[in-house]
Design a protein around this ligand. Structure first.
Ligand code: BTN
Length: 252
């Protein structure tokens, strides 16, 4: 099992902390190197989306991991990151959040944090770059994100300071990364994730994946983090990618 002490590299501005961390990993940077920036000029989201990253308005950071377990279990790293963000926000701000599969952090159904895991081939083997973006302040969302996104300040009414969150967050990542590497760790991570997510089971959802749209009720996670959905025909399907939204039931 590998354990590490996070080592931080702070930047005022970067195109993307994920890109910087990937470059460092290729140059041989060790597991646990964390790149943090006050601003990203080309912040990346899932599915080729942009991640709005105005200066001082959020936590934008990426950590290099060099997991030594089966690559089929690497999707659990993003679940692990979501658990760690959830716990850090609870510890620091007393803020109770929800996790939307696989790894969006929500408050009142609005997105507060996104996680982007990317792999990169390096001379030391394939590495994972785990990028985390947390909206801290609310003054800078473009119009299209109003109503969809939220921030720690909007959710708590308290001043949100980057410095307060970084260390507890990476402390949590170290803790759950160790858990994941134990024998039986995947099961524990799935349990921890499920305990923090209203999406784990019994939630009516719509999932869009490569043009396919599926509706049904969530029925728990597979041991590799795949989402089970019972479709309207009663079939259980398992998804390892896709965009999930909650579907509200309207009673008349
Ligand atoms: C998502 O679409 O939900 C994932 C967003 C991930 C954003 C973070 S901010 C830090 C890191 N650097 C990036 O360019 N993206 C991730």
């Amino acid at each position: 099992m590998t354990a590490f002490t996070p080592q931080f590299l702070h930047f005022d501005s970067l195109p993307s902390t994920n890109v910087e961390a990937a470059n460092r990993a290729v140059e041989g940077a060790p597991e646990g190197l964390c790149v943090v920036a006050r601003e990203q000029t080309a912040g990346r989201g899932r599915l080729e989306r942009q991640w709005v990253s105005s200066k001082g308005a959020g936590l934008y950071c990426s950590i290099i991991l060099r997991p030594q377990f089966y690559q089929s279990l690497w999707p659990l790293l993003t679940l692990m990151a979501a658990i760690a963000v959830h716990d850090a926000l609870l510890d620091v701000y007393d803020l109770e959040t929800d996790i939307k599969w696989p790894n969006d952090i929500l408050v009142n159904d609005r997105k507060l944090c996104g996680i982007l895991a990317e792999t990169v081939d390096t001379p030391l083997g394939r590495a994972v770059i785990l990028g985390i973006g947390v909206n801290l302040k609310h003054n800078s969302f473009p119009a299209e994100l109003e109503g969809v996104a939220t921030s720690v300040e909007a959710a708590t009414g308290r001043n949100a300071d980057l410095e307060l969150v970084v260390e507890p967050l990476f402390g949590s990542i170290v803790k759950y990364y160790q858990m994941l590497q134990h024998l039986g760790g995947s099961k524990e991570i799935v349990q921890e994730w499920s305990a923090r997510s209203s999406y784990a089971s019994g939630k009516r959802v719509r999932l869009v994946n490569s043009g396919e749209i599926v509706e049904g009720f969530t029925r728990g996670l597979e041991s590799d983090g795949g989402l089970r959905i019972e479709t309207n025909t009663g079939e259980i399907r398992i998804f390892r990618a896709g965009d999930v939204t909650a579907v509200r039931t309207v009673y008349s």
